[in-house]
Design a protein around this ligand. Structure first.
Ligand SMILES: Nc1ncnc2c1ncn2[C@@H]1O[C@H](C[S@+](CC[C@H]([NH3+])C(=O)[O-])CC(=O)[O-])[C@@H](O)[C@H]1O
Ligand SMILES: O=C(O)C(=O)Cc1ccccc1
Length: 247
């Protein structure tokens, strides 16, 4: 993985711009996400562990909004099921290009990995094949809110019995005091990881129009409305959480 440090928001920006997943972000992404999302390495590694329990023969494992393929690599490290394939999808050309390079690197280091296809596409336009595992690792929050039920409905329809959706998201909280406390503690996490007040403020304004977190209650109800039968939170660190949703 790239070791370039994230300094994208370190200098005062003349014109605040909406955050986009372009080449500049790709270059620093592994550093950015580790220093910005508490629990990210634990979540990624354990998605592999969970996936190994849900993966079924003759089915697909989807990594939706795969970025540089961290979840895809974890799936390929852990899943031992026969006749599976990973389909990694992202609509950023820059992410997809670098993701393919990293996965070639993984292929050259390990034998008998689950085959993978990296697709440059909008997750909203996919025709899903039967799936035993779908990972939305910090991707749903970037989908326009009115499209979220549509995507979850399509995922639910594609899931085979015994499969699961793993949904990780930044959360907002309906209780104002809880929201403020966990938001402040997230800022403290970023500060402790070397981000300045300016970097934190400029990043906040860059993502506020493009990333819209929901509450746990909203996620749960929307998943149930999409036809999932059970929603089980398996990880939370500050205002970041991951859920298992069963078909
Ligand atoms: N409509 C869309 N269709 C496809 N991709 C999309 C769409 N909208 C956004 N993306 C993609 O979703 C990814 C979100 S990052 C996921 C991290 C990764 N899962 C990880 O475990 O490292 C989360 C973050 O940066 O906080 C980006 O690569 C976008 O291009
Ligand atoms: O940086 C933040 O505050 C976040 O909420 C997470 C994040 C991580 C990487 C890209 C966009 C948002």
């Amino acid at each position: 993985m790239s070791h370039e440090p994230d300094r994208l928001f370190a200098k005062p920006l003349a014109q605040p711009q909406d955050f986009v997943f372009n080449e500049d972000v790709v270059r620093v992404f592994p550093d950015m996400i580790k220093r910005s999302v508490p629990g990210y390495p634990t979540i990624v590694e354990n998605i592999g562990v969970l996936a190994a329990q849900f993966a079924q023969p003759n089915s697909c494992l989807y990594d939706l909004g795969c970025s540089l393929g961290a979840v895809t690599q974890a799936l390929r490290r852990h899943v031992k099921t026969d006749n599976c394939q990973v389909i990694a999808v992202d609509n950023s050309a820059a992410m997809v290009e670098r993701c393919r390079e990293y996965l070639h690197g993984q292929d050259s280091m390990f034998q008998e990995l689950v085959p993978v296809e990296v697709v440059e596409a909008d997750v909203l336009s996919l025709a899903f094949q039967p799936a035993s595992l779908v990972a939305l690792n910090f991707t749903l929050q970037f989908i326009p809110p009115e499209q979220r039920p549509v995507l979850l409905g399509a995922i639910r329809q594609a899931l085979v019995p015994g499969g699961a959706l793993i949904l990780s998201e930044k959360l907002r909280f309906e209780d104002e005091q809880e929201h403020e406390l966990l938001t402040d503690l997230h800022v403290a996490f970023k500060r402790a990881n070397g981000y300045s007040e300016l970097e934190i403020a400029q990043k906040r304004s860059a993502i506020e129009n493009v990333m819209k977190p929901d509450s746990l209650e909203t996620h749960r109800q929307r998943l149930l409305d999409a036809g999932f039968s059970k929603v089980v939170p398996w990880f939370q660190c500050l205002n970041f959480a991951s859920l298992i949703a069963l078909p």
